[in-house]
Design a protein around this ligand. Sequence first.
Ligand SMILES: [Zn+2]
Ligand SMILES: [Zn+2]
Ligand SMILES: [Zn+2]
Ligand SMILES: [Zn+2]
Length: 377
Amino acid sequence: MQAQPHGAPVYLGFAAPYDTDDLYRLSSCFLPLGKVGGKPSWLNPVAIPKSEQLTCKSCSKPLCFLLQVYATAETDSAHSFHRTLFLFVCRDPACSKANDGSNIAAFRCCVPRVNAWYGADGPLDADLVMEDELPAPPTGAPALCRTCGCFASKKCAKCGAAWYCSREHQAFDWKLGHRSSCGQAVERNEEERKNPENIWLFEELGMEMDRETLPASLFEDLSDDEDDEEREGEKEKRRMEEYVKMVKAKKLDEGAAAAMAEEDIEVEEKKDICFERFNRVMQLQPEQILRYQRGGRPLVPSDRAPEIGQVAACSLCGAPRQFELQLTPHLLSLMGVDSIRESIDWAAVYVYTCSANCEIPESGYAPEAVVKHDFVE
Ligand SMILES: [Zn+2]
Ligand SMILES: [Zn+2]
Ligand SMILES: [Zn+2]
Ligand SMILES: [Zn+2]
């Protein structure tokens, strides 16, 4: 597929709250368009990521499901008739470091039209299937962690019926109530349903998508000529290089130094055009949680944000990765993590995916790349 960075439409994702009794409509069998929080609704319920793939690179604790979005394109090949992206984040604020996306993991799952889980005519209709009629876990599906809904390989030694991804989640569930319900035939069913199901998870919400329209006048007063900006940037860089050279050679007399300093101040006070643009776009649709434009361009939140540069190529096929979506700061408030200090934070999280949208072994999950930008003083 030829990417058309400027022409391709941007789709915005918005959170859509559900009544607790209706949350079952976000189950895998209905192929939800997207959702935030709760447990993942795995597209391929069998070849799901292993626990090692879902641990934080900084603290080694399990990552927490953040959101998923169903995103196909007409040009996708047959192996990718269904396609969903999944994002996970470390819940520990200490792992959220400025301009570092290592606390977030992204996966791409592609499933062909003919598969063991979804009919060729499409998914089940949530209006026709009651919650207690949901299909049983498919053949070959691994047990899922009771706490987080991810791959589970450890079970409660007492009852043998409760499964977990990690000791940590087993201990969590034990304290949360398994201590008293362990071994009892009936669990939870009669309890009042909660959202989130447990405090490890983020609140579960549906997602709706809408095409973005920006008024033509939105950036009228901002320099829109990127070549110009680039040239300005180049000039500034050369000037700084010269300055450093002069200082090193001690050739700089006081007058020249003063002139340079003045120029530096000018640069300092130059309008942050990216920041201005970012804010205007966000203010038009303040509730947007996600911006989607496969093969498009990220909306960078500040001129001071570090260069995204070359993102690592696809680890499966070696094709370059391309921009696919970005998360906005508004999502943080829905996750309940937007306190000023000590919380997960970002100005933008970008997900870059394989530009070849390559076939994944077992129609499973391919890790994709995450880049994060923060507002840094
Ligand atoms: Zn962590
Ligand atoms: Zn778990
Ligand atoms: Zn047990
Ligand atoms: Zn690939």
